[in-house]
Each structure stands twice: as C-alpha cells, then as structure tokens.
Design a protein around this ligand. Structure first.
Ligand SMILES: *[C@@H]1O[C@H](CO)[C@@H](O)[C@H](O)[C@H]1NC(C)=O
Ligand SMILES: *[C@@H]1O[C@H](CO)[C@@H](O)[C@H](O)[C@H]1NC(C)=O
Ligand SMILES: *[C@@H]1O[C@H](CO)[C@@H](O)[C@H](O)[C@H]1NC(C)=O
Ligand SMILES: *[C@@H]1O[C@H](CO)[C@@H](O)[C@H](O)[C@H]1NC(C)=O
Ligand SMILES: *[C@@H]1O[C@H](CO)[C@@H](O)[C@H](O)[C@H]1NC(C)=O
Ligand SMILES: *[C@@H]1O[C@H](CO)[C@@H](O)[C@H](O)[C@H]1NC(C)=O
Ligand SMILES: *[C@@H]1O[C@H](CO)[C@@H](O)[C@H](O)[C@H]1NC(C)=O
Ligand SMILES: [Ca+2]
Length: 551
C-alpha cells in the first residue's frame, strides 16, 4: 500500500484525501498541479515526482503594451469624434489631459463590468485615404501557453481588416496567427475559412476568417476571437472531455505545442469599421478604433517542471522544481546535470513523467567528446562537464575544436580522426604557428601565400622575406657588383649569388666552389666557406676545372 502526500500547492489534508482516493480518481485525466509527493511504502519514505504545470490565469495582468505609432492614442491634441452608438452625433471629446475624457491603452486591460465601459481609442481617420494603421503589441517577456480563446472587444465596430500575430522569441520574429477581414480574398487574397473548417491535420493552418468583421452595427457581437478551444476540441472532443488525447498529442508534437505558445501578441489594425462601401470623407471623425477589453488566458510555460509562476519586479518566472532552473525551467540546476535536461511529459496519464534532473555524475554517461576522448571531468565553478585529453589534435568542452596550430578539415566529420589539419605555417614567414579556419597563416611583412612561404614583390627570401638585400655599408655587393634599390645586386659577369659572392661556373661539369683562391679579396659568407671545407677534395677539383673560364 502506497500513500501520497502532496507537499506543494495542496495543503496536507488534500494529500491525505488523495491517498484515500488512490492518488487520482481513475476518470480524471490529471491536473498536473503537484510536482512531487512523499511516498510511504514497505521500503520506507521516498519522493515521487510528477509532471506539473501552473494554473491557467488571466495573463493580461502581467503584460507590457506598446502602441505603434506611439502617438496614435486620441486626445493629444484633443479631438471630437462621433458617438459610438450614433455616428450622427459628433460632439464627443477625447482629451488626454482630462481623466474622464482620456482613452489610454491601459483601459483595454482594466476590470470591465462597470458602466460605462472603459476603452482605449485611437485618433480618427483624418488622413484618409492613407490607411489608418495601428499595431498593439502585448509582451510578456516570458513564454506563455494559451488555454482559452483570445477575445478582443471593439467598441468602435470591429475592424474591416486586421491580423493577429504572435512571436515565440520575445518579438524578434513574428508569425501570423489569424487574418480577419470583411472580404478575405480582397484584403489578403485568402479564401475565407472558419475554425470549423479545420481538421486535426490542418489545425496549424493559418486562416483568414470573415466571422468577426461583418457589420458595423453596434448591437451585434463586438468581439473578435482567436479560437483556442475549438482547436483543442479537434483532439479533446467537443466538450474537451478527452484532454488526455490532447495532452498526448501535445507531448509528442512540438509544432502543436509551439502553436499555442507565445511570448508576444500583436494586433495589427489595418482598416477600421466603416459600415459601408463608401467612406464618408466629409466626416472622418466617424472612423477610429476603440477596444474596451482584451482577454488572454494562459499559463506560464515551465516545461512541466513547476506548478506555480510568480510575478516579481514586473517579471514572470516559473518556480522550478525537479532541480531545474531558468525562466522556463529550461535547464538543469548546477550540480544536477547527471543526465541531459528534458521537459516533463504529460504521459503516462494521469501523473505524467517528471524527468527530474539528477545529480551530476562523472563518467562516460555524460561525457560527450565527439569520439576524441573517453574521459570527462566536472568543473564545479562552471557547473559543466568537460572532456579531458582530447585526441587527434582537438580541444574544447566536447573536443569539438581544433588545437592551436590546427584547423578544421571541412571535408571531415567532427568525429573523424582527420578532423584537424596542421596549419604548417612557415616558421620564418609567419607570425606564429596558428591559422584561420581555412588554413591561412598570419604572415610577417613582405610575406604572402597561405602558409607565408612566398615573398611579395620587392622582397627576397632569406629565412623569411627581406626587403633589404644589399646596401653600401654592411651588406655590400661583392666582386664589384652594384646594389639596385636595396633588393638585389647587379653582379658583374662571372659572379652570382645574393651578394655576387659566388663565381658563376660556365663549365658543364656542375657547380663551382667558392671564390677562395680567386681574385676576390672580400670575405665570402661564412656558410660558403664551411661548405667548401666540407666538400674539400671534390671542391678543389671543380675549382681547378673552373679557373680557366674565369681568367
Ligand atoms: C505622430 O508623430 C508623427 C511623427 O512624430 C507625426 O508625423 C504624426 O503626425 C503624429 N500623429 C498624430 C496622430 O499626432
Ligand atoms: C459629421 O456629421 C454630422 C451629421 O451628419 C454633423 O453633425 C457633424 O458636424 C459632422 N462632423 C464633422 C466634423 O464634419
Ligand atoms: C506594425 O507591424 C508591422 C510588422 O508586423 C510593420 O511592418 C509595421 O511597420 C508596424 N507599424 C505600423 C504602424 O503598422
Ligand atoms: C526580460 O527578462 C529577462 C530575464 O529573463 C531580463 O534580463 C530582461 O531585462 C527582460 N526584458 C525586459 C524588456 O523586461
Ligand atoms: C533536488 O535537490 C535537492 C537538494 O538541493 C534535493 O533535496 C532534492 O531531492 C533534489 N531532487 C528533486 C527532484 O527535487
Ligand atoms: C580531411 O578529411 C578527409 C576525410 O577524412 C581525409 O580524407 C583528408 O585526407 C583530410 N585532409 C587532410 C588534409 O588531412
Ligand atoms: C582565412 O584567411 C583567408 C585570407 O585572408 C581568407 O580568404 C579566408 O576567408 C579566411 N578564412 C576564414 C574562415 O576566416
Ligand atoms: Ca476596459
């Protein structure tokens, strides 16, 4: 017999109650509101971990609203507009400086139910026929999972064209959620559809609907919806009685989960209600946008690792359990990286799987070294596991980089033994033995080529490229040669070499010796002398053979 005591969220008595009810009633699909509970079994006391998520809540309390253009709210300067109920009464006033006459954006999110309704209102369509464009952006700076329809209530008559957009990356990129128009083909060249046309297979399709734009008549429905529940129902059945099926789908289909996940919403108002085919150009004060309420119900996305989400210092964050951390519980806590992080799972219903982060283990389990090492070490300071003794000239946390002096072989896989190629920089021509990603070394002045093994024009190779081959002091051209622009000696006939230090040999027999016994009185470079000594006898022979040609 096992007893469960839910320690988070639920008070102790609920835990007792749950124990009496065999944890969860068999018919329930799971609420995922408990992250862990203590278990007493024959073996003693232990913890049982479960997938958990925060309660759904009214998310409009936590958002930041931005209008574009920023000065699109009416009342600055004050203006008159036609009454909402009666377009022929045009002496209503919007004045930002008077509280009773102001219509700031905050009035879209206050508690309704008061009379009269409070609403945000735009300036009127004074610049007709230029379009009256307004973007209303709602930002949470937190991933949110939608649980109910998004509902906008328009006091101005519903716009004739609008787009609801979403972002999943804090406003960096946007995707349309739904298009709305009195005439979808005309406005967006899309076939009009309704959410009822969607099936399980087309659920992620973005549609244009005419359902929420028809009619300028105030008495009609004022709301524009984005239907979350109808979409859920495609999996969970009409009454959402089979949430298990939906959760099963959400678990296995990231695209589906992402579809209902947002960080921001944007309402792009493209054309106000006109109620007619013709816009009354004499009385443009009739046309504007006014929104009294926006409903966004959802929950913080905590990857099934938290059952509550707190709002502190204007910021939402999950209260992570299961030794996870981050705003969305999206990673394992320090010292709990014994296995790779993964989101909790709704399955198996009803408790789900917690996928807790476990204590960091050092060993081959989480030692990922691209096949270049089998040894890892845990660095507490950095809270990471890093590979040690990377082979094949690799380095890095996962042996995923090339050692200094090596570069990545573009045609080899990361785990290939040949993944790193030696830079092979010319030791004289290059600054150091490192190269860039395509094997190019950093060349010293005057040097060029991928490995810095060649000289630029005006330079000559001499253990690197030297610009100054000769001068009139230390590097004199010898045997009567003349120094041309410091880069080469113009040697007299019969002499050659960088400084004309060598005798030219015209014999067919091969090389000549140095000018040791010749007429030259200048000292030849010591290397030549050394060579001469080493070659000894044969050199003397060659010299003898050469002399006639010189004389
Ligand atoms: C808003 O500001 C822009 C630029 O500052 C200006 O061109 C525009 O006329 C203003 N619009 C209104 C309605 O005041
Ligand atoms: C708008 O039309 C109404 C009635 O047709 C008229 O009383 C009002 O003065 C007009 N307003 C403007 C700004 O022209
Ligand atoms: C509104 O957002 C769209 C992109 O989503 C952008 O092109 C446009 O410039 C924004 N501002 C207005 C006033 O429409
Ligand atoms: C959003 O949240 C992050 C932390 O999660 C914070 O660093 C950043 O300043 C917030 N941005 C805004 C605009 O509030
Ligand atoms: C997480 O870490 C704490 C200690 O920091 C430990 O008491 C707890 O059992 C760990 N496991 C989970 C799943 O919370
Ligand atoms: C690059 O890798 C390929 C594939 O392993 C190998 O055939 C090739 O010899 C390598 N290139 C160099 C320069 O090592
Ligand atoms: C390396 O340097 C060469 C020459 O400067 C350049 O053409 C090449 O694009 C560089 N490669 C990389 C990966 O930076
Ligand atoms: Ca309101």
């Amino acid at each position: 017999m096992r007893f469960h005591f839910a320690l988070t969220l639920q008070a102790l008595w609920t835990g007792v109650c749950q124990a009496a009810m065999q944890h969860y009633p068999a018919a329930a699909w799971g609420h995922y509101d408990v992250c862990k509970s203590q278990v007493y079994s024959d073996e003693g006391l232990s913890w049982d971990y479960m997938a958990c998520q925060p309660e759904a809540a009214d998310m409009t309390q936590y958002l930041k609203v931005t209008l574009d253009p920023p000065n699109i709210t009416c009342g600055d300067p004050p203006e008159t507009y036609c009454a909402l109920e009666n377009p022929y009464m045009c002496n209503n006033e919007c004045d930002a400086t008077t509280e009773e006459l102001a219509h700031p954006p905050g009035l879209m999110f206050d508690t309704e139910g008061r009379n009269p309704t409070t609403f945000w209102q735009s300036t009127s369509w004074k610049k007709y026929p230029k379009p009256l464009l307004v973007n209303i952006t709602l930002s949470w700076n937190k991933t949110i999972e939608l649980t109910e329809d998004i509902v906008l209530t328009f006091e101005s008559g519903r716009p004739e064209q609008m787009v609801l957009e979403k972002s999943l990356d804090y406003g960096r990129t946007w995707q349309p959620y739904q298009f709305y128009a009195t005439d979808c083909l005309d406005a967006f060249t899309m076939e009009p559809k309704t959410v009822q046309d969607l099936t399980q297979h087309t659920l992620l399709d973005i549609i244009c609907t005419e359902d929420y734009s028809r009619g300028y008549v105030w008495k009609n429905d004022k709301t524009v919806r984005f239907e979350i529940k109808d979409r859920f129902a495609l999996f969970a059945g009409p009454q959402l009685h089979n949430m298990a099926s939906l959760y099963g789908q959400l678990d296995t289909t990231k695209k589906l989960r992402d579809f209902f996940t947002i960080t921001d919403l944007r309402i792009r108002l493209l054309r106000p209600a006109t109620g007619a085919t013709m816009v009354d150009e004499n009385n443009l004060s009739r046309y504007f946008y006014a929104i009294s309420d926006i409903k966004v119900q959802g929950r913080c996305k905590c990857n099934l690792h938290a059952n509550s989400c707190v709002y502190d210092k204007e910021k939402l964050s999950c209260e992570c359990e299961h030794n996870t951390t981050g705003p969305d519980c999206g990673r394992c806590k320090r010292n709990f990286q014994g296995r790779a992080w993964s989101a909790g799972s709704y399955l198996p219903i009803p408790k789900g799987t917690a996928n807790v982060c476990s204590l960091t283990k050092i060993g081959p389990v989480n030692c990922e070294c691209s096949g270049h090492s089998k040894r890892c070490s845990y660095i507490e300071l950095l809270n990471t596991v890093i590979c040690v003794s990377c082979k094949h000239n690799t380095r890095g946390q996962h042996c995923q980089l090339c050692k200094l002096g090596y570069y990545r072989n573009a045609s080899a896989e990361l785990d290939d033994e040949n993944v790193c190629i030696e830079c092979n920089c010319n030791p004289y021509g290059s600054v150091n033995d490192r190269c860039n990603g395509t094997g190019f070394c950093i060349c010293k002045e005057g040097t060029t080529g991928p490995k810095c093994q060649e000289c630029l024009p005006g330079y000559l190779w001499d253990n690197g490229c030297k610009s100054r081959v000769c001068d009139n002091e230390l590097l004199r051209c010898q045997n009567g040669g003349t120094c041309i622009s410091n880069v080469h000696c113009n040697c007299p006939p019969g002499y050659t070499g960088l400084l004309c230090e060598k005798r030219r040999c015209e014999s067919e027999l091969g090389g000549c010796g140095g000018p040791d016994s010749g007429q030259a009185h200048l000292t030849p470079p010591s290397t030549s002398r050394l060579l001469l000594l080493l070659l000894l006898g044969s050199a003397l022979l060659r010299e003898a053979a050469c002399r006639p040609a010189v004389l």
